[in-house]
Write a new protein. Sequence first.
Length: 151
Amino acid sequence: MSVAFRRESDEEHLEPRFEIPLPPGPNLVTARGLELIAVKVAALEAALPPASEADARKAAMRDLRYWRQRLATAELRPKASGDQVRFGARVRYRLDGKDNTVTIVGHDEADPGKHLLSFLAPLSRALLGAQVADELDFGGKEAVLEVLAID
């Protein structure tokens, strides 16, 4: 029989499920970030659907593989000292006349709404290595970012 007359299975029309992409670069974490990842792994393991729920279990295992990988590759960084902007530092800065504060953290701990910025974010990259009173270039403009304090 010609392949033109065969019945295609329903699975041939499903979207493929790829692994969750890992962020580029090293997996730097603060002590808090490492704890959050460990808690996430434990929660996913505890809530794993039974084998009888194949689709739900597949999705949960996909998430669990991602978080186990993040836990296995986590590089705990020491606490930052206050002399220079480093990973884990809390930085008060002025940008375009407005003061703000951010803490530079790992990718999985980042939450811009809570002022937790990934070390890969453009603002974090601009701030890293700076000292108090430094005026930095940012967003294609010269000396628009001023470091006010480092905790």
